[in-house]
Design a protein around this ligand. Sequence first.
Ligand code: ADP
Length: 405
Amino acid sequence: MPLLLTLNAGSSSIKFSLTPLPEAPGSPLPAPLAHGQVSGIGGAAARLSLHSNQHGQQVQALPTVSSGRSGHEQALDAVLHWLEQHLPEQKVALVSHRVVHGGVHFAQPVRIDAQVLEQLDALAPLAPLHQPHNLAGIRSAMAAFGQALQVACFDTAFHRQHPFVADTFALPRRFYDEGVRRYGFHGLSYEFIARALKLHWPALHQGRVIVAHLGNGASMCALRQGVSIDSSMGFTALDGLPMGTRCGQIDPGVLLYLLTEKGYNPAQLTELLYQQSGLKGLSGLSNDVRELLQSEQPQAGQALDYFVARCQREIGALSASLGGLDALVFTGGIGENAVSIRQRIVQDLGWIGIDFDAAANAALHAGAHSQGLISRPGSRVSALVLPTDEERMLAEHALALWTAA
Ligand code: ADP
């Protein structure tokens, strides 16, 4: 049976899923046979965690990276090896890759060939901490599954409809022309949520919606009739909300100060803004919201206070972009699970028209894996929780190209 493999390759992890391709063209995609991730890539603690319908939960340590193989190649080897052992008669015929940056031109998923790969390489400087890992995943998969159709799906693509004012910075025009724009990210997640709204909450889908994708990376997106018209993220995945280790919106004057007065070089500045800031930097403890919620240290509380305040501020800003608000949707690891953070963000938003329902919010706790309203019936603006599924979007986009091929 031919299989579809989705790959979401990050700096130190690869998330994946394996789904049988439907036999009849046009049939819906079945549920995955297996999904999991390789974490700690390139390090001594690299391991494959996998859940398969047939074989249950499995965790296995990966050997230390051998010379001549990159960590990503080795991670894919481990997935491949598992496949050979457990599903020997299955063959990977289609691979769908999450690619962070599609630049100005890639507004749709695309079949990867040598020319596309070259264009994606050229975009790497726009997302130096993400794109090279995405490309390493693509190259490894092309080597491992030479006959398979390889598809790239872009996090920026969903935002390519932004009006000029939401797509630009106030720099001399030539920078916009050469691609220094507000791209916005988390597009696969927003696309999944827009579709889920259309299916389950069609009246809200037709309106003005803010989606808060709150995870270790966090952003918000303004949707009008399911189309992205603005986003909190900009040129890179640093802008907007504070994140686990990323600073979010910052006065560029701070960066000039660090460069000119504090002797930071570009590499140190990159490390500071991407790895040492956000919740981790502010708390001095952790990037993980669960740990901060459990801590009694005042800095942990202050870091969460800042996160909540910036979320509220962004909701105000994006409501202005939309000219009003009909619904606020929470998703991502924090948005789906952190009951108290949702409560703190929403309970103060009565002024915007949300009549918060604390009991409904508490019922959508971690592990509930469910979706629903957290505003009272009759609330002028609805608030809800919808779990996202980026892997599902990767799979469906690839299937569409496969069917069309
Ligand atoms: P990523 O951007 O890496 O995909 P996730 O969407 O998995 O991140 O979100 C990770 C964040 O979600 C972490 O800060 C984690 O603490 C938080 N989170 C997950 N489960 C819970 C929970 N039960 N309560 C509070 N926070 C949670």
